[in-house]
Design a protein around this ligand. Sequence first.
Ligand SMILES: [Zn+2]
Length: 101
Amino acid sequence: MSVTVEELVSACFDELQMGQRFVPYIRRAEEAGFPQLAKLFRVLVASETVRDTLLRQGLLHHADLEGDYFVCPHCGLIFHFEHPDQCPVDETPGATFIAIR
Ligand SMILES: [Zn+2]
């Protein structure tokens, strides 16, 4: 059975729905009397939903590309081909990036 890159990526993100994992905790926090925590869980749902879209697009874009990847161990920013001297977000030294070869 053959499968396309698009089908695999869609299956992954449709199945995992990373942002949705926080949804049950919104109601639990509200019921427990923690409205600010409930709000923060809603923030995580929104943020992870945006990230899911970006990650899905990134996977589809990079699926046919060659080269190594480097992940900032502090913020998770991803670089293709080589790591920067330092992370532009948090100044983590590039030499400490996680290399995916
Ligand atoms: Zn970083």
